[in-house]
Design a protein around this ligand. Structure first.
Ligand code: 2NL
Length: 344
């Protein structure tokens, strides 16, 4: 019987060796170790053996069974590893292959210029404030010293929503609203960027919708020299330290005195060229000391407080910096134009 067991053991090990799939191995296991297998059969016949032989055969049977079991387990592990390796090989990815290009967008050039100007003024102690684009006649005109029949309203003919409401013609109403919120207490030091609207015929230099940034500083003892210093610092930061400014007297209903601000020409350095129409200067801003009426309308005592204000067109600042020849490029969404402003 021991011989028979040893033979069975040999046969089983041979079959395990030849098995090349997990399924085949399982068949070997069922065949030799299953309930109807030959080893179980041998054990079942042990009743006929002598008391002396019985433990020896039992021990041998267990040994053989364990050996078969162990070999099956080892071979299973081996086959599984081979299968895994093959699977990994099939699924392997070449990480050195170039990837698909992802099309990247970019900020609109006007957004980039607004953010750049905001950053300069934040550095000079100003806060950025925004407000509604549909305004009341009061905040857009009256609070800024433009009463109903003032002739200066004609220059800012606009789009009315109702008799009393319109698309704002400037961002100053945001400043009037902010002053009002301060209830006569300074300082107010803000810049207000945003879209504004005027009835206009569109061409290379005009648009019925454009962007503006206005600034306002109201406090005790604010002087014209403060205005000049702030604007000079701003212009040098935006256009370059070699540029200078000059102020010329002008008129705005909401400031007194009022000035136009020119920056020295960056093309000819002030000698005169086509860009500056031979003057050496380029007009970039309007500004002035806040009119006492405007301070009073918004709740400030004009004997106690003074302030300066300024306004600039964002498109003009973008045109000058990037040498763009037509304002309409900003609004037509031509990707060939916009792509030139992509940055790393
Ligand atoms: C220009 C001129 C300017 C202002 C805007 C302003 C606002 C308040 C009070 C006083 Cl709340 N003034 N704004 C002052 C002077 C000029 O803009 O040429 N803009 C494009």
């Amino acid at each position: 019987m021991i011989e028979r067991l040893q033979e069975l053991g040999k046969e089983a090990l041979q079959e395990i060796k030849e098995a090349d799939t997990v399924k085949a191995l399982d068949n070997v296991r069922v065949k030799y170790l299953g309930k109807k297998g030959p080893i179980t059969e041998v054990l079942r016949g042990m009743g006929k053996l002598s008391a002396e032989e019985r433990p020896k055969v039992g021990q041998k049977a267990n040994e053989i069974r364990e050996e078969i079991q162990k070999n099956i387990e080892a071979k299973t592990a081996e086959l599984e590893e081979i299968a895994l390796k093959e699977k990994l090989k099939e699924e392997s990815i070449d990480v050195t292959l170039p990837g698909k290009e992802i099309k990247r967008g970019a900020r609109h050039p006007l957004t980039a210029v607004v953010e750049e100007i905001e950053d300069i003024f934040i550095g000079l102690g100003f806060q950025v404030t925004e407000g509604p684009e549909v305004e009341t006649d009061y905040y857009n005109f009256e609070a800024l010293n433009l009463p109903p029949d003032h002739p200066a309203r004609d220059m800012q003919d606009s789009f009315y929503v109702t008799n009393d409401m319109l698309l704002r013609t400037q961002t100053s109403p945001v400043q009037a609203r902010t002053m009002e919120k301060h209830k006569g207490q300074g300082p107010v030091k803000i810049v207000c960027p945003g879209k504004v609207y005027r009835r206009d015929d569109d061409d290379a230099t005009h648009s019925h919708q454009f962007m503006q940034i206005e600034g306002l500083y109201v406090d005790k003892n604010v002087r014209m020299s403060d205005l000049k210093g702030i604007l000079e610092a701003f212009v040098k930061k935006y256009f370059g330290p070699e540029r200078s400014i000059r102020l010329r007297p002008s008129f705005f209903p909401f400031t007194e005195p009022s000035v136009e601000v020119d920056v020295s020409c960056g093309i000819c350095g002030g000698k005169g060229c086509r860009v500056c129409k031979n003057s050496g200067w380029i007009e970039v801003l309007g500004a002035g000391m806040v009119h006492p009426n405007v301070l009073e309308f918004s709740g400030f005592d004009s004997n106690e407080y003074s302030g300066f204000a300024f306004g600039m067109g964002v498109e003009r600042f973008a045109l000058l910096k990037y040498g763009i020849d037509d304002i309409r490029h900003f609004y037509t969404n031509d990707i060939r134009f916009l792509e030139q402003f992509k940055r790393a």
